[in-house]
Design a protein around this ligand. Structure first.
Ligand code: PMV
Length: 333
């Protein structure tokens, strides 16, 4: 963080994430592959003598927001909802009450869909555990963070929370039933931001509504995605990038078959298709949307990173330079 942390404070950081394979299916008890990325989010917390929580989150345009402890159960502004819900859940679970001063800062824009909500939740829980000398395992952080995210969003697989805690590339099953870090190094990953911020919860809701009309159709889609994830896992361990690229294209093809949010593109969209096509024409092994779809980022795999990034730019997107971050949740001081 650029701002100075007081000496009695605790500062922690966690990486952002990108979904590689298996989005949407992972909400419905199928596996996915996710990578942590080396753009990190930081949370600093110190105790405060008054019975209130002061929050500074410049990235979210929040400065010196004050919430009294008595109001923690009330609806909070959306920019700080995850931080405050994490505090509330932590205090409740460990029977603690204290005033706090919290500062958050991020190396990435919250527009990218890199998982700022899950990273801030995980960091808040870890910082509180340090501050109040509560022994907490990574699994316990996962469970409390997952509960926090579900309290707010109502749905979600928790894959983003696992990436923030463990770092690296992870094979993940819904709700953390499996969290398996994979021994994979140096993916030739290219990332492009569509310029469009997507609402994950709205897309997940739209898919769910459509799924209720034709459950068999979606069960088949999720099974097909699950098979791709199963094939991609060993190929990634063998660094077989051309085959992984081919599997990415197959996964993208299925994501177009969703009947919501749009009949034409499924969970993909015109802007995603444009960037995906540009990447493939520039020689990428494969390309697909990453996350809920509609907007946020696309990912591609290719040897000539520069050429693919140039193609993304020419197609109207913004290349985002990231690598895998093998460092998960970390205490910074
Ligand atoms: O939009 P993102 O990057 O948060 O990814 C959402 C992925 C989903 O599978 C659609 C939802 C989830 O929680 O797994």
């Amino acid at each position: 963080m650029t701002q100075k942390q007081p000496s009695n404070g605790v500062k922690v950081s966690a990486p952002g994430k990108l979904m590689l394979f298996g989005e949407h299916a992972v909400v419905y008890n199928r596996p996915c592959l996710v990578t942590a990325v080396n753009q990190r989010l930081f949370v600093g917390i110190e105790k405060h003598s008054e019975n209130k929580i002061l929050i500074d989150a410049p990235q979210m345009k929040i400065t010196d927001l004050s919430v009294s402890l008595a109001d923690l159960n009330k609806e909070q502004p959306k920019e700080v909802r995850f931080v405050l819900e994490a505090v509330r859940n932590f205090f409740k679970k460990y029977d603690i009450e204290s005033g706090l001063k919290i500062k958050t800062e991020s190396q990435f824009s919250s527009e990218y869909g890199f998982g700022s909500s899950s990273a801030v939740t995980v960091c808040t829980i870890k910082a509180l555990a340090e501050l109040f000398e509560v022994k907490i395992t990574e699994r316990e952080i996962f469970d409390l963070a997952y509960k926090t995210v579900l309290d707010i969003q109502g749905a979600g697989s928790g894959f983003d929370i696992a990436a923030a805690i463990y770092g690296g590339i992870i094979y993940f099953l819904t709700g953390g039933k499996i969290i398996e870090p994979l021994p994979i190094k140096d993916i030739p990953l290219v990332v492009g931001y569509t310029g469009l911020k997507a609402s994950t919860s709205e897309i997940v809701k739209a898919v769910k509504a459509e799924m209720e009309k034709t459950p068999e159709y979606y069960e088949k889609i999720y099974d097909d995605i699950s098979q791709i994830v199963g094939k991609a896992k060993p190929e990634m361990e063998n660094a077989n990038w051309p085959e992984i690229g081919r599997l990415m294209n197959e996964n993208q093809e299925i994501l177009r078959k969703f009947k919501a949010p749009s009949a034409e593109y499924g969970v993909s969209s015109e802007v995603i298709e444009k960037l995906v096509k540009a990447c493939l024409e520039a020689g990428a092994f494969g390309a697909k949307l990453s996350g809920a779809g509609v907007g946020d980022c696309i990912i591609a795999l290719g040897k000539d990173k520069e050429k693919i990034e140039k193609a993304i730019k020419e197609a109207g997107g913004t290349p985002v330079s990231v690598d895998v971050d093998y460092q998960g949740l970390k205490i910074e001081n």
